[in-house]
Design a protein around this ligand. Structure first.
Ligand code: ADP
Length: 445
């Protein structure tokens, strides 16, 4: 059986409070009563001492010898400290009593009081002494419980109360935990925000609700993505299969055969690029946790990617220039490279004949800025957000003609997100596009 943590913690807090309060009240009440009764007893003894002293003064020692006193021990002491009479008749009576505090005080001031503890601290004796006009002393003493012994006496009762309060707390804890859990067990987690449980639960329910929404959205996105991927792969596969069938059945003239082989090759190449992009994006979807994060030089990464793209740019008669400064930032070189590569690749692909691509790297406040601008066809205002969606193209046939997959900017967006980078876009149809990425410069030394 699983132990109920809720019940246990309720039980611990109730019983802990009860026991602490009980102990505090017990100690306080005992101490106050003890002081009160001690002072009552002390003043009673003082009165008794004074009465006996007066009687001895009038009648002499015979008064105390006749007295049958049970509550007090009476000692009659000469002015030199020797004992004339002791009702207990103990050996103590043989000793000189002048060094006793109450006797000394009575000698000096006429009346004296003191008390002494036994070795175990469990018993205490109170003394009171009165000086007679002839210098002799009457001393009374009585036994008295100490605070410690009083507390020990009360222990069994306190333990009984403590035990019954523990049982009560146990009972209360199980009832409370059941009544706290009842509304929780009745929660409808399929519609978390519709529940009328505790106010304290509202933030949790809202979080569950928004998480469910996110999961549903993610699920929807994945489904759309899978459908799109299948569709995107089907088209080149159909072309390849069609060309191959014509060739196999000898329906292609020998002078055209080379062109068909060429088409098969380029469709296969498109598929390879597409599959590579899909793999890259799925990897990003999974968090890309295996990639290396380090301090990277944004300018150097731009140089490297420009070298890779130089052939493509020259073939399209596009000039490329890189300027700015070396800026370091803490990031993942592989992801930042894919950002630079995709932005520059688009700037070449969607450019005009003899156009130009400019890459700029600089420190902008606390950010590291990378911007790629081109003199190309531009993007209409209303498409600025959509182009970052998976497989979205402004002009599908142009994208296909230049070998686009529709995934480049989704990869850019995802990689930027992992760096908490912002993307800004400025573009005018017919004039060109500028896309900037601002990386927060969290440098790890
Ligand atoms: P693609 O593989 O089709 O280039 P992207 O995700 O990289 O896919 O881009 C999505 C769409 O955004 C492109 O199809 C194109 O229509 C548009 N686009 C991206 N970059 C530019 C640019 N520099 N100039 C004009 N249009 C662009």
């Amino acid at each position: 059986m699983k132990r109920s943590i809720l019940r246990r913690s309720i039980f611990l807090s109730i019983s802990g409070t009860v026991i602490i309060v009980l102990a505090a009240v017990m100690i306080l009440v005992t101490a106050v009563l003890y002081r009160y009764f001690s002072s009552v007893q002390q003043s009673g003894m003082k009165m008794e001492t004074e009465l006996i002293a007066k009687a001895v003064e009038d009648e002499g020692i015979s008064f105390i010898e006749r007295l049958e006193e049970e509550n007090y021990r009476i000692t009659y002491i000469r002015s030199d400290g020797s004992v004339l009479y002791d009702s207990a008749g103990e050996t103590d009576a043989m000793q000189n009593h002048l060094d006793r505090e109450e006797v000394r005080q009575a000698m000096k001031e006429g009346y004296g009081e003191s008390y002494r503890y036994s070795d175990t601290l469990l018993e205490r004796r109170n003394y009171s002494a009165k000086k007679l006009p002839d210098g002799s002393i009457i001393r009374l003493s009585s036994g008295h419980l100490t605070l410690l012994s009083l507390i020990l006496t009360m222990m069994p009762y306190a333990a009984a109360i403590g035990l019954s309060s523990l049982l009560m707390s146990l009972l209360l804890a199980s009832r409370l935990s059941v009544s706290i859990m009842r509304p929780l067990n009745g929660l409808n987690l399929d519609h978390p925000e519709d529940n009328q449980a505790y106010e304290e639960l509202q933030p949790l329910l809202e979080r569950i609700g928004s998480q469910q929404k996110q999961l549903k959205q993610a699920e929807q996105m994945r489904r759309e993505f899978t459908a799109n991927v299948s569709h995107e792969l089907k088209t080149p596969l159909h072309s390849i299969s069609g060309y191959a069938e014509l060739l196999r059945n000898g329906l292609v003239k020998s002078e055209d055969a080379a062109m068909f082989y060429d088409r098969i090759y380029s469709e296969a190449q498109r598929m390879i690029v597409l599959v590579e992009d899909i793999i890259r994006l799925s990897h990003l979807d999974e968090g890309a946790a295996d990639l290396l994060w380090e301090n990277v030089d944004l300018y150097e990464l731009a140089e490297k990617n420009l070298d890779i793209l130089r052939g493509e740019a020259e073939a399209a008669h596009i000039s490329m220039e890189l300027s700015g400064e070396h800026v370091k930032l803490y990031g993942c070189a592989q992801l930042i490279s894919s950002i630079i590569y995709n932005l520059c690749d688009n700037a070449i692909k969607y450019n005009k004949e003899a156009g130009c691509v400019r890459i700029w790297v600089e420190r902008a406040g606390t950010d590291a800025l990378l911007s790629v601008s081109d003199t190309g066809i531009g993007i209409p205002r209303e498409e600025h957000d959509r182009i970052f969606e998976r497989f979205y193209r402004v002009d599908k046939s142009r994208s296909k003609a230049v070998g686009g997959t529709g995934l480049g900017l989704s990869i850019v967006k995802h990689a930027a997100m992992l760096h908490q980078a912002r993307i800004e876009i400025e573009s005018q149809p017919g004039r060109g596009t500028k896309i900037s990425v601002l990386f927060p410069q969290k440098k790890k030394e």
